[in-house]
Design a protein around this ligand. Structure first.
Ligand code: S3P
Length: 430
């Protein structure tokens, strides 16, 4: 895909379903005792991997496009899969399923693509093992493939070194099956979709400050769920609207859960003209429309408890900081190194190749904004967030930007280029 400078993004876009909530709705629906009806399910490759894994474990799932019906079979109603469970590119599928499989009456093997096989799994193997789980890394390297043998689990109080919703959720899911209360304390609060959704399904789960607590369950009830639009996908339009001159975009149906809305706070701190409209709450998850207008931006500092609330948006925010006046400092973001790619290294290299003034630090980066960007060839490394970030950066750069492996947006936003093109009046996307 090729992109060139444009101006005047206009119109509206309805954001596809939240990836984190879509995964969880199928997982919790599969172990509930009745049917779960999911609307606005994200049809991205990651969420299809989750459906495929639960089908392999005997769950009848009807995917009718926007609506998905999951005919749950109860907490212990999964069947031993005949084949390896392939989680594709999805860290959420891999890590959360481990929490469920740890307590079943069978063994199973989980694997994924080359990126998944490089991602750290010790972070879930360690706490689940403390609960009594038997999880073996087949290559003995704390990476997938993972062999999981169902076991009797105990409640624990685990203090995690990383603020990770995937770690927290794997432990909470195992906690549904444990013989006592399970607590997870994180350094900062990570996204809380599991806690909200599990409570809807009838689980006894609550939070105290940075600790999530769950008690064993005897049954979960199927639910009707309307998945909000994914703020991580909305991020590309938010930043495009702010960066491209003479733009005004209405972004519809965006989840604005406070554990996910860091991008809105950072954009405001940078001087963004954005307005929330039609705020509502559905299934405990707040949603709103966001009106964005081109703005002159200034640098900011992003660190500490803010980081988990915008972790997936940091590549886009870093690119936006190149268009801001002054310095933007990102700290406490080492987790970027273990995403679908090493997003710290990739961002610094690709932004530099476009002429930006960026320095990588131990746990983040420093961006000195104001230098005009010029087009470049960007290797996405098949990381969907890198591809979408540089599509937007390409709309603000002199010359042509070419994205290699652009089709990887299929992971979280299959219609991304089409939706972006609808807003573009001048060429923009070639
Ligand atoms: C996710 C949590 C985050 C995020 C990922 C989705 C989730 O990962 O980066 O895209 O659905 O729980 P970590 O929990 O590893 O931070």
């Amino acid at each position: 895909m090729r992109f060139t400078r444009t101006k005047g993004l206009r119109g509206e876009v309805t954001i596809p379903g939240d990836k984190s909530i879509s995964h969880r709705s199928v997982m919790f629906g599969s172990i509930a005792s009745s049917t779960t009806e999911i609307h606005h399910y994200l049809q991205g490759a990651d969420c299809l991997s989750t459906i495929s894994c639960f089908r392999k474990m005997g769950i009848h799932i009807e995917n009718k496009g926007d609506t998905v019906l999951v005919h749950g079979n109860g907490l212990k109603g999964l069947k031993r899969p005949d084949t390896i469970l392939d989680c594709g590119n999805s860290g959420t599928t891999t890590r959360l399923i481990c929490g469920i499989l740890a307590a079943q009456d069978f063994d199973a093997v989980l694997t994924g693509d080359d990126s998944i096989k490089k991602r750290p799994m010790k972070r879930i193997i360690e706490p689940l093992t403390l609960m009594g789980a038997r999880i073996q890394s087949v290559g003995d390297n704390h990476r997938a493939p993972l062999q999981i043998t169902g076991s009797h689990l105990h409640g624990i109080h685990y203090t995690s070194k990383v603020a990770s919703a995937q770690v927290k959720s794997a432990i909470l899911l195992a906690g549904l099956y444990a013989d006592g209360e399970t607590r997870v304390t994180e350094p900062y609060v990570s996204r809380n979709h599991s806690e909200i959704l599990l409570r809807h399904f009838g689980a006894d789960v609550y939070t105290e400050d940075t600790t999530a607590v769950i008690r064993p369950a005897s049954r979960l009830e199927g639910q009707k769920i309307k998945v909000p639009g994914d703020i991580s996908s909305a991020a590309y339009f938010i930043c495009a609207g702010l960066m491209v001159p003479d733009s005004e975009i209405m972004i519809r149906n965006v989840g604005i859960n406070p554990t996910r809305d860091g991008i809105l706070k950072v954009a405001k701190a940078m001087g963004a003209d954005l307005t929330l409209l039609n705020e509502q709450s559905g299934s405990g998850e707040p949603v709103a429309d966001i009106l964005v207008r081109s703005s002159s931006l200034r640098g900011t500092v992003i660190e500490g408890p803010m980081i988990p609330t915008l972790i997936d948006e940091l590549p886009m925010i870093a690119a936006m900081a190149c268009a801001a006046d002054g310095e933007t400092v990102i700290r406490d973001a080492s987790e970027l190194k273990v995403k679908e790619s090493n997003r710290l290294e990739v961002m610094v290299r690709c932004l530099s190749s476009m002429g930006a003034d960026v320095t990588e630090t131990e746990d983040g980066m420093i961006i000195r904004g104001g230098k005009p960007l010029r087009g470049a060839v960007i290797d996405s490394r098949l990381d969907h967030r890198i591809a979408m970030t540089f599509a937007v950066a390409g709309l603000c750069a002199d010359g042509e930007t070419q994205i290699l492996g652009a089709e990887c947006v299929n992971i979280s936003y299959p219609e991304f280029y089409k939706d972006l093109a609808k807003l573009t009046q001048a060429p923009g996307i070639l």
